[in-house]
Design a protein around this ligand. Structure first.
Ligand code: HEM
Length: 458
């Protein structure tokens, strides 16, 4: 045989890289490891198996990714090749319907185009004084020496902010409680349902399905009431909901059903995420008096005694560093998922049509390749040089590319306005020795034990 004959036939195939597999139990795979501690699973198993690994949950193979180049490709270069996974859409369906978060394809494009103008920076900036005023109002209700749960306080505050800025309603105590409890119920039940080995259809009259239906109906009633008010007055009041009621394209206005789904999505996506991100920031700061002192020094120098304004934000770099670091270490959106719409090879990894991919945001933030001492809360690391040195796709608390969080500007501003106002007026603390639980439902939060703080005014 000649040397030529022995050489392998030329091939155009792209060489592929093997994907490590976590085997888990022979029957249920990694299901129970994952569901018993989702964030811990992502952090630990990426450390063990690398930046891309695969594991099976019952019959479904799940691909887990924290490799920046792969994350960037999924979010940006190949975004149109990935949809939200079917099982997640099914989980969202009764709650968010076809709202922007679970929507895909042409329908998503239309809705996104209709709604996006409502999130223009100039418009969002006008919400800053409301965010500060509501925070002041919350603090004014507190009494020296009492114990408050920051998770509850910040959820109520973020909901008031969303209701006022996006829906132009001054939400009453009753409506606020109804929405928060209903969302809490839905969030808990949806995740329990998603983890069930044998999911039961939503029409099945189980106690949790009945509770979920009741919770959703309560929020729907509030949305219907506001919708009817807008239609009766035939007036765009300048808030986002008015914009959604009256905006038109060649296909006309949104249907009532689409409007309901988008409103539901904004109420949910717009308050829990921010409230929980702020709750974790509070906790991280409470354990780092030096960081609080540095933050206060910056605020004293730039803002002085007057209320913080949106124009101050570019002059408050440390405040931004604190928020960025908190979204790295304890992100409220701890992971997000996609499903491949065709066979692909990304960075050498073969991804088959139908494969679900979990982008392990919380594990990305703990990757020692990019973050020195990743378990430490170190806001100072977020210098411009450091950010420039991070590879694209290494930090995506708001996802990225066309499916990036629509409320990113809103949330980044809200977190800074609220935090600045709080830190200047009250001591940042949690009780000595308190360690919060980490509960990963639709967003990551400290669970029923909450985030206690003892109110001490400065
Ligand atoms: C700290 C706060 C927030 C975080 C960490 C966050 C994070 C995210 C992430 C990771 C996604 C992508 C989810 C996925 O692809 O499955 C997303 C989508 C979205 N978020 Fe946020 N979010 C926050 C606040 C907000 C706020 C305040 C609003 C609205 C006022 C909002 C509205 C949305 C919407 C509408 C989408 C869907 C965008 C689309 O696919 O077109 N979010 N968010």
């Amino acid at each position: 045989m000649t040397a030529e004959a022995a050489a392998p036939a030329p091939s155009n195939a792209v060489p592929t890289r093997p994907i490590p597999r976590r085997k888990g139990h022979w029957l249920w795979g990694c299901l129970f490891e994952l569901t018993s501690d989702r964030s811990g699973f992502l952090i630990d198993k990426h450390s063990e198996h690398g930046d891309v690994f695969i594991s099976r949950a019952l019959v479904r193979d799940l691909l887990f990714v924290r490799d920046p180049a792969v994350v960037y490709a999924i979010n940006v270069t190949h975004w149109a090749d990935f949809y939200k996974p079917d099982y997640i859409k099914a989980m969202w369906k009764p709650f968010l319907g076809n709202g922007l978060v679970p929507n895909d394809g042409e329908s998503w494009k239309r809705q996104h185009k209709l709604i996006m103008p409502g999130f223009h920076k100039r418009r969002v900036d006008t919400y800053a004084p409301t965010m500060v005023a509501f925070t002041e109002r919350m603090i004014d209700r507190w009494k020296e020496g009492e114990r408050r749960d920051m998770r509850l306080e910040l959820n109520a505050l973020a909901l008031e902010v969303v209701a006022s800025t996006l829906f132009d309603i001054d939400i009453g105590k009753e409506d606020s409680k109804t929405i928060r409890e209903a969302i809490g119920d839905v969030s808990e039940i949806l995740v329990v349902d998603a983890d069930k080995t044998v999911p039961r259809p939503s029409w099945w009259p189980t106690a949790s399905n009945r509770r979920k239906k009741r919770a959703i109906a309560k929020i729907e009633n509030i949305i219907r009431r506001v919708h009817e008010e807008r239609l009766a007055h035939r007036k765009d009041r300048g808030d986002l909901f008015s914009h959604m009621v009256f905006v038109e394209d060649e296909e006309g206005r949104m249907t009532d059903e689409q409007l309901r789904d988008e409103a539901m999505t904004l109420i949910f996506a717009g308050h829990e995420t921010t409230a929980h991100a702020l709750t974790w920031t509070w906790y991280l700061l409470a354990r780092s008096p030096d960081n609080v002192a540095r933050l206060r020094a910056e605020l004293d120098q730039v803002v002085g005694d007057r209320p913080v304004e949106v124009d101050d934000l570019p002059n408050l770099p440390y405040l931004e560093m604190v928020v960025k670091e908190s979204l790295r270490l304890l992100p409220s959106v701890w992971a997000y998922a996609r499903q491949a719409q065709r066979d692909l090879v990304i960075e050498g990894y073969e991804i088959k049509k139908g494969q679900t991919v979990t982008i392990s945001h919380i594990a990305m933030g703990r990757n020692p390749k990019y973050y020195e001492d990743p378990d430490e809360f170190r806001p100072e690391r977020w210098t411009r040089e450091f950010e420039r040195s991070l590879p694209r796709g290494a930090y995506t608390p708001f996802a990225g590319g066309p499916r990036v969080c629509l409320g990113k500007q809103f949330a980044m501003m809200e977190m800074r306005m609220i935090l600045a106002t709080l830190v200047r007026r009250v001591e940042v603390n949690v009780p000595d020795g308190f360690e919060p639980d980490i509960v990963t439902e639709l967003s990551m939060h400290p669970g029923k034990r909450g985030m206690p703080t003892d109110v001490h005014f400065r």
